[in-house]
Design a protein around this ligand. Structure first.
Ligand code: DAT
Ligand code: MG
Length: 168
């Protein structure tokens, strides 16, 4: 048994195409536990940090415009944290390959993704690809108090005289 966490993001195309319920139903086939969920207005800074590993790619700028919602004119995504045995591989299997044209047609990306004429993969969802990435991504997208359990070590901080919890 390897209990893992994974970050899922339903990207702006998933929201404008009204696929949210459908995607969550598909993800529930993995029989994992939802630990956190929220709608996020993604900033450029957060998008750039999320896709830092791709900053030298020619498609980076278009990828950022896509995830912040400029392309689909809806400035929101749905971010979810799932936990369970082998969560990362189970979710990646349901999500499908990065390139929606190559993804298994019954996967989420295979069924609903597309490649734009300028070559951007509009692949509907993000899913973490390793435990290290999952930890980094969950800490980037969620505050400790937005998740029902402390998945990683936390510390108490005081901000404007208010005590709160932050990732250690
Ligand atoms: P994944 O999202 O499957 O983990 P990744 O981390 O390599 O894939 O890339 C992040 C996103 O960047 C991916 O969902 C879509 C986009 N992308 C990756 N490779 C691409 C390519 N060759 N052409 C266009 N977009 C690409
Ligand atoms: Mg990735």
């Amino acid at each position: 048994m390897a209990i893992q966490q994974t970050l899922i993001i339903i990207k702006p195309d998933g929201l404008v195409k009204s696929l949210t319920g459908n995607i969550i139903s598909r993800l529930s086939e993995a029989k994992l536990t939802i630990m956190g969920a929220k709608v996020v207005r993604v900033t450029r800074d957060q998008a750039a940090r999320h896709y830092e590993h791709l900053k030298d790619q020619p498609f980076f700028e278009e990828l950022i415009q896509y995830i912040v919602g400029d392309v689909h004119k809806t400035h929101r995504v749905l971010a979810l944290v799932y936990q369970g045995d082998e969560a990362i591989a189970k979710i990646r299997d349901i999500v499908g390959e990065t390139n929606p044209e190559k993804a298994n047609p019954v996967s989420i990306r295979g069924a609903y993704g597309r490649i734009t004429t300028s070559g951007v993969f509009e692949n509907v969802v993000h899913a973490s690809s390793s435990p290290e990435d999952a930890e980094k991504e969950i800490k980037l997208w969620f505050e400790p108090e937005e998740i029902v359990e402390d998945l990683y070590p936390v510390k108490e901080i005081t901000l404007d005289n208010i005590k709160k919890t932050a990732w250690a």
